[in-house]
Design a binder for this molecule. Sequence first.
Ligand code: SPV
Ligand code: MG
Length: 286
Amino acid sequence: MIPNKARKLRDELKAGRTVVAAGAHDGLSARLVEAAGFDAVWASSFEISTSHAVPDASIVTMSEYLEAARAMNYSVRIPIIADCDNGFGNSTNVSYMVRRYELEGIAAVCIEDKRFPKLNSFIGEGQALESVEEFCEKIKAGKGSQQTEEFLLIARTEALISGRGVDEALRRAEAYADAGADAVLVHSKARTADEVLAMLGKWDGRAPIVVVPTTYYESTVEELAAAGVQMVIYANHAIRAAVRAMSTTLAEVRERGTTASVESRIAPLGELFELQGMGDVGRISI
Ligand code: SPV
Ligand code: MG
């Protein structure tokens, strides 16, 4: 039976559990996220852009993002939360986007209030945001377009990222929840969780709060959950680990003219066959 992943995600949030997700960019990385025991996969625009070797700057198209999310969804049983930048345009684009992602079995989409073309949140200062009204129209358009009641739309505010402060983040989060968002992602690039915790201290719980502790990495899931966070996303660690491992290995092989010194450090072929699911096709003999 095809699992209802959106229902699963929705039920976990409703039950008050803290969902822990990790970023991925393809079927393999999604499968590794699942194997490590995460509750959900974040189909990260940063990771998918990096995997195409292009900037995370609205360069990858919706079709390419969707194709990557489909590959992830096919390879795991846990829900996919698709990072959809700012919805690829206006309310009409968001409506179309929601229909396409939902049809492919993606559990949730996340749209952010930055203006198109967006830049990754860690680039520059004071990126331009859409008005609250404009962004609420997008949320309403997205929610009005979904065909099932389970599908989730997460609204992300970049108020803290763009230096507008906790009160503006709170004002936007409240408006987005009232416009129908199923959860609100409050992003921050501060070195500590202080501004996120300040915002949470004023939050009345009208929707679950999602955070991405890339820069405040000393905060644990336990601490964030105790402050009321309902979803923690480790957005980019898989691809950062992969880049370091790939470049170190390739440099060593090129320098030494043999793979002998790296063999014990890299995954054996059998492990990759397991990840492929080759066991379903034929006997693994390596
Ligand atoms: C992503 O993973 O693409 C995100 C999170 O949007 S961040 O890179 O922190 O903006
Ligand atoms: Mg992104």
